[in-house]
Design a binder for this molecule. Structure first.
Ligand code: NOJ
Length: 734
């Protein structure tokens, strides 16, 4: 590769080198207000290195032909896209996928996404998104794996392996792009694109590991984030992109900015376009997404001595290397095969996997008196603004989904249940009373029809329809575009219009099941008190509706567990289980104590803790056993617990292991996830679950940023979620 690229670069003019640093859109599926122009002539002039959001082998072939036939050096183009949770076969939103805690399954979904996207001409995906987020106001919490460092790191790895397979040059793999580097999920106040200010201690221990895990798994590209980090925006942050990423982590792949992130450095206050392009290149950015600051200013900066030819060569080399690794120099058309596009997209197997993944992502939050599963009989009323919208099922950031051919919940339930169950349905309430808010929340074709009558009239009609039913399913919550990019919220309740509907449905006295659509943790205090059964279905992708039917009617036993804490109210945010203790912790089980760390108006507990999720069956945990009470640094300790399915259904359980370092040179979280196992148990069966802990699991970054363990006592917690655990203690000896 090196010799080939040396040879090629020796023939390139400086303009051609700068041209390689330019990533443009083809005008489809843009994610900002700027759209690239004159793409065709720029390709011919060698001014484009990559194109994103262009699909179909025929169109990609045409663009590639321009590059390899009509540009001077015939350098192929790289084609990228946001393939986030599936390509045409859409899987649950990433937060939902994380709720499966099922690593092989997650890897398979990424594999299928790669097969489909590459069959349609693509070779690069802007995924995985591994930003830790602990503030559910942030709309993009939906696009990541939630709040936990360990779980997110494990998932990051699976996604990269799924996309890249064992060989990036195969025609059915995609280059992964880990994003958004870095700390984008810690935006202040949960407002998108907002500032992040974070100690190194927190960065290294809690926020950086998932990016590192993705790179360790071989991800060959990184996307810089929009946010400011401790005073220097990520896209111009030399410490981040060079000292940490290149020097410490030894990353040797491609660094691309987010959409117009170079230009946005002007608004961050770093200078004009020429200045910010210079800063960004010198910080370590290789490719400029859409803004064309590099294309239009770097030559001038070179002539003025502000950037060096070495800076440009470095960036150009990383772009060319990515193309080389993808095998594009060997065969620029290797991804352009119409036959594959016809045969390998939306296959029966892919849809089957999507249905399985959706069913496994759902989290049963409440199931009083075993209201679920339902019997396949009688009349069921499916009421609510999410009942009859196919377009909202794929969930946010599914740009290539075929919205017109996605079944709504009601359509899917009818197709699964046939004539065994009579389904009646009604809108019941508008998504929100405020039409302008509804419009903002249903962009990109994710419409939900409105009824202009007074809310009481709509509710009265829905109640009338429900009177005929034996059970009411309330399909409520967020629309798909109420989460995702630029969709932050300050109120995490189900919108008022829908809440009133739910109250009226509960008042009918009939059994009510809340099927909650959500792109984030929501505040459900009222619902938890008054609704007998709550199934959180996030946005489950193409097969959402069928999977909901599978779970509601007992063909699938829910096994999802929350990857992010559900607070009682929005004022508790940011909220996460792995918090520090403070010097004035609340006494165990106390609601409030004066001069202790708490609130006057709400206790410190979440509504549903991290790792929480019910099943139709019951898992009984035996006593936790350690094979030793102390270990040395070269030793390991075995933790065992027996788990028994003593309920009436076969089912899956996620057995979770947390650690607490009791005394150290710096404060440590009250609990940190360090292991989990998803097990299947037939009813009546039990299993010994075993975890091995090593010194490496006890390590953390100390004040000098050394990754060390410290001798002393540790607690091990094992349980069904982060709250309901048993504990044991051991000591790490010097
Ligand atoms: C902006 C988003 O932040 C990023 O996640 C995405 O990959 C790019 N736009 C490209 O669409």
């Amino acid at each position: 590769m090196d010799a080939f690229i040396d040879g090629l670069m020796s023939k390139m003019t400086i303009e051609e080198k700068i041209g390689q640093l330019n990533l443009v859109t083809a005008g489809e599926a843009t994610t900002g207000s700027v759209v690239s122009t004159d793409v065709e002539s720029k390709i011919k002039a060698g001014n484009i290195g990559g194109i994103f959001s262009m699909t179909s082998p025929a169109r990609i072939r045409k663009a590639q032909e321009l590059a390899v036939k009509e540009s001077r050096l015939k350098i192929p183009i790289i084609f990228g896209m946001d393939v986030i949770h599936g390509y045409k076969t859409i899987f649950p939103i990433p937060l939902g996928l994380a709720a499966t805690w099922d690593m092989p399954l997650i890897q398979k979904t990424a594999r299928v996404a790669a097969v489909e996207a590459s069959a349609d001409g693509l070779n690069w995906t802007f995924s995985p998104m591994v930003d830790i987020s602990r503030d559910a106001r942030w709309g993009r919490i939906s696009e990541g794996s939630g709040e936990d460092t360990y779980l997110s790191s494990r998932i990051a790895r699976e996604m990269v392996i799924g996309y890249q397979g064992d060989d990036l040059s195969k025609n059915n793999t995609l280059m992964a792009c880990v994003k958004h580097f870095a700390l984008y999920g810690a935006a202040e106040s949960g407002r998108d694109y907002n500032t992040t200010d974070m100690s190194l201690h927190r960065m290294y221990n809690e926020y950086l590991p998932p990016y590192k895990a993705a790179l360790d798994a071989g991800a060959m590209s990184v996307m810089t984030s929009f946010n400011d980090i401790n005073g220097v925006p990520a896209s111009a942050n030399h410490w981040l992109l060079t000292d940490l990423l290149r020097k410490d982590w030894k990353f040797n792949g491609l660094v691309v900015t987010d959409y117009t992130a170079v230009n946005e450095l002007i608004d961050h206050g770093l200078g004009d376009l020429q200045k910010v392009s210079e800063l960004s290149l010198k910080a370590g950015v290789d490719m400029d997404m859409v803004g064309e600051g590099f294309l239009t200013t770097l030559k001038k900066s070179l002539d003025e001595g502000k950037v060096s030819e070495d800076d440009i060569n470095r960036a150009c080399r990383f772009v060319l290397e990515a193309k080389y690794r993808l095998g594009l120099f060997e065969d620029p058309f290797k991804y352009c095969n119409e036959d594959r596009a016809k045969k390998e997209i939306l296959t029966v197997e892919h849809l089957k996997l999507a249905r399985e993944a959706a069913g496994k992502s759902f989290v049963l939050l409440k199931n009083e008196n075993n209201s679920l599963p339902l019997k396949k009989q009688g009349t069921v009323a499916v009421i609510g603004p999410l009942a009859n919208t196919g377009a909202n099922m794929p969930g946010t950031w599914s740009v290539s989904a075929d919205l017109n051919n996605t079944q709504s919940l009601v359509e899917a339930m009818r197709s699964v249940l046939g004539n065994k169950v009579n389904i009646v349905t009604h809108l019941g309430a508008n998504l929100t009373d405020d039409p302008a808010l509804q419009e903002r929340s249903t962009m990109f074709g994710r419409t939900i029809p409105r009824d202009d009558r007074a809310p009481e009239e709509i509710i009265a009609d829905a109640v009338k329809v429900s009177q005929e039913a034996d059970v009411i399913i309330a399909a409520l919550g967020e629309s798909s575009e109420m989460s995702g990019e630029s969709s932050s919220r300050t109120d995490l309740n189900i919108p008022e219009s829908q809440k009133r509907l739910l109250e009226a449905l509960v008042k009918t006295g009939k059994p009510v099941v809340l099927v909650l659509f959500a792109g984030r943790p929501m505040t459900l205090t009222w619902e938890n008190e008054h609704v007998p059964a709550i199934l959180n279905v996030w946005f489950g992708g193409t097969e959402t509706g069928k999977a909901v039917a599978d779970v509601l009617f007992g063909d699938v036993n829910p096994s999802g567990k929350l990857p992010a804490t559900f607070p009682q109210n929005v004022g508790q945010l940011p909220m996460y289980y792995s918090q520090k203790n403070t010097g004035r912790p609340l006494a165990k089980d106390a609601w409030f104590q004066k001069f202790r760390s708490n609130y006057l108006d709400v206790n410190n507990e979440p509504l549903y803790p991290f790792g929480y999720g019910l099943s139709y069956t019951n898992f009984e945990y035996g006593a936790i056993k350690l094979d030793k009470s102390s270990i040395s640094k070269t030793d390991q300790i075995k933790v065992t617990v027996s788990v028994k399915n003593n309920g009436n259904f076969d089912g899956e359980e996620v057995v979770q292991l947390y650690l607490q370092d009791l005394v150290g040179s710096q404060t440590r979280p009250v609990k940190e996830l360090k292991g989990f196992q998803k097990i299947f148990l037939e009813k009546g069966k039990s299993k010994e679950v075993e975890f091995i802990l090593k010194d490496e699991d006890l390590r953390f970054y100390n004040q000098k940023l050394e990754f060390v363990s410290e001798p002393g006592k540790f607690k091990v917690y094992v349980g069904t979620n982060s709250r309901d655990v048993q504990e044991a203690e051991f000591e790490l000896m010097d």
